[in-house]
Design a protein around this ligand. Structure first.
Ligand SMILES: [Fe+2]
Length: 250
């Protein structure tokens, strides 16, 4: 299998992101997505090596990770929000932009299809179970790599914002409510949580504990999460917020 020139794709992606700069600067919210993307691509690479994927599979996974949020820049520019429910499904948007720009046109069709599907499905509640193996692997890798960076983003936000006073830090969620029993129940059962049930910051953090418990596909992803102490951070934070000890969930 021919290798994919990831470096060239990085340059293409960077040049695309540069078109959103104003006076040389990227709007702050877009800069966060640019940084997020770099971390997701690095996570994907780490998962691929930990899982000993062959070089070609790894290329497809890393490329899909690099492109997974392509639509975020246009979404923010056009709708001034990252909230999909108030604008567009950003995964569909990313998929459509990547396709329209023709970035993958010279790839083997099976590879470009795997990348596009991994982008398209990265935020779905569930993956279709009848996908070709390469597509399935790329889609799972991007979802794990994305979650691993969402863990970092949350911790960064807790550490760098005054979330008790600044209610926008966590989308106006209340910080002093106990966990919603419906959320705890879903996590205990290992089922996905209905996002309607998120009433507080604790619920939001508990959703991520659910991911740590049963939402990651690859052993390497679980190992990375463990090494990065993501569960401990969330356990301490929820305990501080509500007095609830999430140890009983794991
Ligand atoms: Fe995304």
């Amino acid at each position: 299998m021919e290798r994919i020139d990831i470096e060239k794709f990085r340059q293409t992606y960077s040049a695309y992101v540069d078109t959103f700069r104003e006076g040389g600067r990227l709007p702050e919210m877009m800069e966060l997505k640019r940084v997020h993307t770099a971390f997701v691509a690095a996570n994907a690479k780490a998962i691929c090596s930990g899982e000993r994927f062959d070089a070609h599979t790894a290329d497809v996974c890393v490329l899909a990770a690099l492109l997974h949020d392509t639509g975020r820049y246009e979404q923010l520019k056009k709708y001034n929000t990252f909230r999909d429910s108030d604008s567009v499904d950003h995964a569909v948007y990313s998929h459509d932009i990547v396709k329209t720009l023709g970035w993958l046109d010279r790839l083997d069709p099976a590879d470009s299809d795997a990348v596009l599907k991994a982008v398209l499905y990265h935020n779905r509640r569930d993956l279709p179970n009848d996908m070709p193996p390469l597509t399935d692997t790329a889609a799972k890798c991007v979802r794990d790599a994305d979650k691993l960076d969402i863990f970092r983003v949350l911790e960064d936000r807790v550490k760098t914002t005054d979330w008790r006073k600044d209610s926008t830090a966590f989308w106006n969620l209340k910080y002093d409510l106990p966990p919603n029993p419906a959320v705890l129940d879903a996590i205990k059962k290992g089922t996905s949580v209905d996002y309607q049930n998120i009433k507080s910051i604790a619920d939001f953090v508990l959703i991520q504990i659910g991911w740590l418990k049963s939402g990651l596909y690859f052993e390497t992803s679980r190992r990375l999460a463990k090494e990065r102490n993501h569960f401990e951070f969330r356990r301490r934070f929820v305990l501080e917020l509500t007095g609830y000890d999430a140890a009983e969930l794991m």
